[in-house]
Design a protein around this ligand. Structure first.
Ligand SMILES: C[S@@+](CC[C@H](N)C(=O)[O-])C[C@H]1O[C@@H](n2cnc3c(N)ncnc32)[C@H](O)[C@@H]1O
Length: 326
């Protein structure tokens, strides 16, 4: 019976996702943070239908995101921390990005039949690109704290942040390491967003930018003592990644390190759950991407010329794999 419940729950689990998407995108959590409100007050302020709003609020209570007392609804403490716009660890953009992936996930069967992405591998719609960068920003602000705790950058002076997106990692790395300068390398449109974020952080003198496509151009010759490659290798096939890592090797001084940060599959390839599902997400959205395991990354590092590859687990889903240039 327990397993039957499990199967049944898997078939409607997407209802839960739609409830959090609606909560975030209608602004429910922004409204219920200062004081509790009835469903009628909530509907009035959101401009939504009162009966339907009550249903949504009750579903959010049952998902553990709101609490209800005497007909009044308010955020739980953690909901206010992560789901109220403007809070330092706000995850709304990340959740909105997950919603944006909805249409492609609905075409999973097609992708499995053909083995091909259902959308090509570049985001061309400017609004979607902006949403994607905002999502990277919210996931980055959370992840970078873990990395700073588990891997010290104190001994480095010059970091290349390859595929650095909005630059969140570089910004936090230089904040935590006064002797460090970073360069965010990315495609032209993304560098525009990174420049904005760096300016907002007031770090234009210590976080620089470089526009380029790392598949087409080199990354320089012995210019950096550390190259950080975060969430880039899952976009590409193993041979492409070995080519990128060879360019990282060339860009590093001897004694320098490359630090790959990504989701890591275990040796079975079937877990943890998020990286296993993320592999399908890459099938849907890229030409050749997938999730990989620590062994894959270590093998590529050795093939690219790096020595002594080692892994540092960050959480159950992700880790760092580090190689040295001797
Ligand atoms: C998934 S995002 C990761 C962003 C950031 N490093 C992070 O961990 O949040 C991948 C980034 O790599 C960039 N990228 C992908 N292919 C690239 C290429 N060939 N050359 C330069 N940047 C690339 C994308 O534009 C995007 O900003």
């Amino acid at each position: 019976m327990k397993m039957l419940d499990h199967i049944e729950e898997l078939s409607w689990a997407y209802w839960k996702s739609q409830v959090i998407f609606a909560g975030v995108e209608l602004g429910v959590f922004d409204l219920l943070t200062e004081r509790s409100k009835s469903s009628i007050e909530t509907a009035q302020e959101l401009g939504t239908n009162p009966r339907a709003t009550e249903m949504l609020l009750n579903a959010l209570v049952s998902l553990g995101l709101l609490k209800e007392t005497n007909g009044k609804y308010e955020n739980k403490a953690y909901t206010s921390e992560y789901l109220v716009r403007g809070r330092p660890l706000y995850q709304g953009e990340r959740i909105h990005h997950m919603h944006n992936l909805w249409d492609r996930w609905a075409r999973l069967q097609e992708a499995v039949r053909t083995g091909k992405s259902v959308v090509g591998d570049t985001v061309t719609d400017p609004k979607r690109l902006e949403d994607f960068m905002a999502s990277m920003h919210s996931s980055g602000t959370k992840k970078v704290r873990l990395i700073v705790k588990k891997f010290s950058l104190k001994s480095f002076k010059n970091l290349l942040d390859l595929g650095g997106g909005p630059g969140v990692y570089s910004i936090e790395f230089v904040r935590a390491n006064p002797g460090l300068t970073a360069t965010v390398f990315d495609l032209a449109d993304n560098i525009e967003v990174a420049k904005r974020c760096i300016k907002e952080a007031g770090l234009e003198d210590r976080v620089l930018t470089r526009v380029g496509n790392c598949l087409e151009v080199g990354l320089g010759h012995e210019e950096y003592d550390v190259v950080f490659v975060s969430n880039l290798v899952h976009i590409y096939a193993p041979e492409t990644n070995i080519g990128i890592l060879k360019k990282c090797y060339e860009a590093l001084e001897s004694g320098g390190k490359v630090v790959i940060h990504d989701f890591l599959l275990d040796s079975s390839g079937a877990g943890p759950l998020f990286p296993a599902l993320f592999s399908l997400c890459m099938l849907l959205g890229t030409c050749e991407g997938a999730s990989y395991g620590k062994k894959d990354l270590e093998t590529w590092l050795l093939k690219a010329g790096f020595k002594r590859p080692r892994a540092v687990r960050l959480d159950k889903d992700s880790g760092l794999v580090i190689g040295e240039k001797q």
